[in-house]
Design a binder for this molecule. Structure first.
Ligand code: SF4
Length: 443
């Protein structure tokens, strides 16, 4: 592949961790071709967007950015504009018609084709949208030195009625377990201490692997077995696949952290049915009980959608009941917004915006109160923290995360990437505060 001299790229990333990972791969691939990163979009020869399509609002935000790229292209027609990710995949049939200044567009499974396009002398715009490959095969430029994302699967076989992902990332395909272990060994050799496994439905890993079928729990054990992996995390799991062997892995495998993200979405059986989440409240709470039985101190976080079509005050009250009952350590809360191309967007009985906002306010208040109560269990304890840097507010203060994925701000002298013992003095719903216990460094 022809190398390019002195050409610079700029990537803007929207959306989820999988997109953050894909952008790290895009940058790694471009730098292997000889491109260098430009800090400002206006200084780049190649302007790229890695897009999200989970909510209509995300589209609108991105299109505003695309407007600036159009202006930059008109100033210098040699510039190349490229759009990748889920939004590109969702508008694949109309992207060049709607945005004629875009030179190349590619879906989440086609990042490698960008290199092909850049090496070709193609004068016409090119689109690549097959659900072919894993970006995980490409070189990676990690944003965080001691932490790494590892894509273990792509796509999703579920059919949640509000979600566009199955149509933008295709059906579930798992990467070969031996390839993943080899990649983790290379990451550790490169200084990584914490690995986060990525997949749309991470705990259904392996079902499509035929003869080399490996379950998610077995994959956790394989990666836990790699010397140098201090911490192992994963996102995003589905409650329907949160089996006992996965929960036991948190109790039995040294590197697997005491944090599970278990999306609830709603506490109402009828809303869960309309969402096609394939579990009900009882099954969900049964998973929570299993986790609390095997890993009593495990941190639990979740995702909740407020105002799904047809959601009554009674339905919402059931969501509040589950939140109060479980006592999450944190939650991502979203206002339902109809996503064009999804079943839920066509549903009647859309909840008025003012009602959604009022319910969201009550939910956030409850989530924060319960998270604050839960966080008090860390006060007075000494927690292992992976140092990530200084705090924005006070550069003299350090910040990092516990194995429970709780953010910690603390006084200390450690360096980024070190594992240190921190004595916790106080806790809010979001953050713990403390001081480094001297002579506590983990080599
Ligand atoms: S599990 Fe549901 S919400 Fe998650 S990616 Fe698949 S379809 Fe979307």
């Amino acid at each position: 592949m022809a190398l390019v001299e002195h050409k610079r790229y700029h990537v803007t990333t929207f959306g989820c961790q999988m997109n953050v990972h894909d952008s790290e791969r895009m940058k790694g691939m471009l730098e292997s071709l000889g491109y260098a990163q430009a800090d400002e979009r206006a200084d780049a020869d190649l302007i790229l967007f890695n897009t999200c399509s989970i909510r209509e609002a995300a589209d609108n935000r991105f299109i505003a950015h695309l407007g600036e790229a159009k202006r930059l292209k008109s100033e210098d027609p040699e510039r190349v504009i490229g759009v990748g990710g889920c939004w590109a995949q969702s508008v694949k049939d109309e992207v060049f018609e709607r945005f004629p200044f875009v030179d190349v567009a590619f879906g989440p499974g086609q990042i490698a084709r960008l290199a092909e396009f850049l090496a070709s002398d193609s004068l016409s715009a090119q689109g690549y949208f097959e659900f072919e490959d894993f970006s995980g095969h490409l070189p990676m430029k990690r944003e965080r030195e001691f932490q790494a994302w590892l894509q273990i699967s792509q796509g999703c076989n579920c059919r949640c009625s509000y979600c566009i992902v199955p149509s933008t990332r295709g059906r579930e395909r798992s990467r070969d377990p031996a390839e993943l272990v080899a990649e983790v060994e290379a990451l550790v050799a490169d200084g990584v201490r914490e690995v986060t496994l990525l997949g749309q439905n991470v705990n259904s890993y392996g079902r499509d692997l035929g003869a080399s079928r490996t379950t998610f729990a077995e994959l956790l054990a394989l990666i836990d077995g790699v010397d140098g992996v201090e911490r192992l995390r994963y996102t995003s799991p589905h409650p329907k696949d949160m089996r006992e062997d996965v929960v036991r892995a948190h109790a039995e495998l040294a590197a697997v952290c005491e944090h599970i993200h278990l999306p609830l979405q709603s506490g109402s059986g009828s809303v869960l049915k309309a969402m096609r989440r394939t579990y009900n409240r009882e099954r969900y709470l049964d998973r929570v009980a299993l986790i609390r039985e095997h890993v009593p101190d495990c941190a639990l976080t979740t995702d909740i959608i407020v105002g799904f079509p047809g959601e009554t005050e009674e339905d919402f009250a059931q969501t509040l009941e589950v939140v109060d009952d479980v006592g999450y350590d944190g939650a991502f809360t979203f206002l339902f917004s109809p996503r064009r191309g999804t079943e839920a967007a066509e549903l009647g009985d859309q909840v008025p915006h003012a009602v959604k906002r009022e319910r969201m306010a009550r939910l956030v208040e409850l989530v924060q109160r319960r998270a604050r109560e839960r966080a008090q269990r860390f006060v007075g304890r000494t927690m292992e923290v992976l140092v990530e840097g200084g705090t924005r507010r006070d550069p003299g203060q350090l910040r990092g995360r516990t194995r429970h994925n709780k953010a910690v701000n603390f006084e200390g002298t450690a360096s980024v990437g070190e594992l240190v013992e921190v004595e916790i003095e106080s806790a809010t719903s979001q953050t713990l505060t403390g001081h480094e216990r001297l002579l506590s460094r983990v080599p």
